[in-house]
Design a binder for this molecule. Structure first.
Ligand SMILES: [Zn+2]
Length: 225
């Protein structure tokens, strides 16, 4: 009988809390750090913002999304302790402000923004990793994430070198808007140049994308250790 009473009390309490929920969402606390989202992957662009587009298959927003979705799967399957969130999971427009807000609320241990490069002439090729330099950071408290961003970049560079030998263009400071507030150790990875024929053929292939995903996952796992 007592058990019954407790159960009913629980049901009533849950019902009461559920009724309160719509009124409490405005004041909702940001998602708990670490446990809910250890790594935030940002497939850049989306929706009407295609990013670099050179052919039907060579579209930046599609490549970044395909790699991000596979990377989440790979990371979570390889280590049950790793949780991955994405700034978008479909072909939809998400503003930079919205992406920054996600990083601020989720406070991940690492934020990796994925892009595919274009321009600088057809000869320009290779992958490139950038992090926000001191002068590009808009928040003083973000300085603590600087060294970690560089370390994350180095790990990713080391593993990407295995997929694209001698194609690395280095790790450098760059004023990337998404990373400028630096709510977490963050890097931007330009996977290849869509405007370079050899790079393009590689990066749109399923085989290379799979290798890239494995390399990024390896670099992220080593960084998280
Ligand atoms: Zn881009």
């Amino acid at each position: 009988m007592n058990m019954m009473k407790i159960t009913w009390a629980k049901i009533l309490l849950c019902g009461f809390l559920l009724l309160l929920l719509p009124f409490s969402t405005v004041e909702a606390q940001p998602a708990a750090a670490d446990s809910s989202c250890m790594v935030l992957i940002d497939p850049a662009h989306g929706g009407s913002d295609t990013g670099v587009k050179v052919s039907k298959k060579g579209v930046e927003k599609d490549i970044t999304l395909a790699v991000a979705l596979a990377l989440k799967k790979q990371l979570e399957e390889s280590d049950r302790k790793i949780t991955v969130c994405l700034t978008r999971t479909e072909d939809a427009a998400v503003s930079i402000d919205e992406r920054i807000r996600m990083a601020e609320q989720l406070k991940p241990r690492a934020l990796i923004s994925l892009h595919v490069n274009g321009g600088f002439g057809a000869g320009a090729s290779g992958y490139e990793i950038s992090f926000p330099g001191q002068q590009n950071i808009t928040k003083e408290s973000a300085e603590q994430h600087m060294n970690r961003s560089i370390r994350l970049g180095q790990r990713l560079q080391k593993s990407l070198e295995e997929v694209f030998p001698r194609k690395g263009r280095g790790i450098r400071e760059a004023p990337v808007p998404l990373l400028s507030v630096l709510h977490a150790p963050s890097v931007c990875v330009e996977l290849a140049f869509l405007t370079n024929e050899a790079d393009r053929d590689k990066i749109i292939s399923a085989k290379t994308q799979k290798d890239v995903v494995q390399a990024l996952a390896k670099g992220i796992r080593e960084y998280l250790k």
